[in-house]
Design a binder for this molecule. Structure first.
Ligand code: ZN
Length: 382
């Protein structure tokens, strides 16, 4: 496109003069910055960045003022356990204020396609393990999709190198007690290779004993809380996890559905009761870092407000509202070292949710009306 000289003369003062003075202030708002709550402050942003956070009351006439009384600013939320099927899933998440989905098992083809939406303002960021590590007949092989499995021809080191070459953000492995399992030396070798490539390892388990076994091999986190019958952790077990700094993505959303279905169809004795599962998460929370994840789309769960229910369920397990919000923000981006996310402070991108309510006091307020900004652009009005 060609601009005339006259047009540029008019445009230049707009670009370099007035635009600098334009900024937006959200006044008297509560801010949860990813770790702590600051009550009744002003958050100022200009273009794409947060430029001030303070108590000052007076602002330049050019400032656009938004009354923040009764409202709360939250950083972008993240969901640490999903399986993304298509780009619309990333859109659904983004529209609810969930700026990143951590996929925990995908084919390389699908993962590469979904990664191509990285720069779209409408789509949540996609991270993935790509295919998970398993053996022939192991968890992950039952879905009628051809996947590589560990064998003499495909040793753990090579498996990890192939995933890293595909762009995997972390390594997933599966250890399902009702199916063929990885050998402990295979798990240990997977962990060693993954750590050499600076990748975390997340393990699917359903029993406490499998959780312990893989933690002892150095696996960094569990993709579910243990939920099979008999899986009750005692103090020495929790100490083992604590010494390994194991993190846990309980996925209470999917486990509630599984245990409910078990009760309804007469298989209830295969699993802990949901009350027992909540008690296990409470114990885990007292010793370990908890990350929020739903395991959508299992049981038809969505990619948007199901995460709010997950945070609600975490409070039922004894986390405070603030701890539940940390489980969906700082605990995830710190654990996975996601450079795109950090606590809200001066100089960080103006990406946040403005909620009509106080979810740090009452988690159900997450469902209330919200406005969402992504790098200074309002992508959802209230
Ligand atoms: Zn899953």
């Amino acid at each position: 496109m060609k601009y005339s000289a006259t047009f540029l003369v008019f445009l230049l003062p707009v670009l370099f003069g007035c635009a600098r003075l334009d900024y937006t202030v959200i006044q008297n708002v509560d801010l949860f910055d990813g770790e702590h709550v600051h009550e009744g402050i002003n958050v100022v942003f200009t273009d794409s960045l947060i430029t001030a956070i303070h108590q000052k009351r007076k602002f330049n006439k050019r400032a656009q003022i938004i009354d923040g009384r009764g409202k709360t600013i939250l950083p972008p939320l993240l969901n640490a356990h999903v399986h993304v099927r298509e780009p619309d899933d990333l859109k659904a998440a983004q529209s609810a204020g969930i700026f990143a989905l951590l996929d925990m098992f995908s084919t390389n083809r699908r993962a590469s396609y979904l990664r191509s939406f990285r720069d779209s303002v409408d789509h949540a960021l996609f991270y993935s393990s790509n295919v998970g590590a398993t053996v022939p007949g192991g968890h992950g092989t039952q879905f009628r999709v051809q996947i590589p499995t560990l064998s003499k021809q495909l040793p753990p080191k090579q498996f990890v190198e192939e995933r890293v070459a595909e762009g995997a953000d972390y390594i997933k492995l599966t250890q399902e007690h009702s199916m063929a399992k990885l050998g402990l030396p295979q798990i240990s070798a997977l962990v060693q290779a993954a750590h050499q490539h600076n990748r975390k390892v997340v393990g699917h388990i359903s029993t406490l004993s499998d959780g312990l076994d893989i933690a002892r091999q150095g696996v960094d986190g569990l993709a579910h809380i243990w939920y099979r019958n008999g899986s009750i952790a005692d103090a020495p077990v929790l100490d083992t996890f604590k010494n390994n700094e194991t993190f846990i993505i309980p996925t209470l959303s999917v486990i509630k559905r599984l245990t409910d279905q078990g009760q309804a169809s007469g298989f209830g004795d295969r699993y802990l009761s949901f009350e027992q599962v909540l008690a296990e998460v409470k114990k885990a929370h007292e010793a370990l870092k908890i990350l929020a994840g739903t395991d959508a789309p299992n049981f038809g769960m969505n990619y948007h407000d199901q995460l709010f229910e997950e945070l609600f369920l975490l409070t039922q397990a004894g986390l405070t509202e603030i701890e539940a919000l940390q489980a969906s923000t700082s605990n995830i981006y710190k654990t996975f070292e996601l450079d795109a996310f950090s606590a809200i402070e001066v100089g960080t991108p103006a990406s946040f949710l403005l909620i009509d309510g106080k979810p740090h006091q009452q988690i159900e307020d997450l469902w209330k009306t919200k406005r969402i900004w992504k790098e200074g652009i309002e992508i959802r009005g209230g």
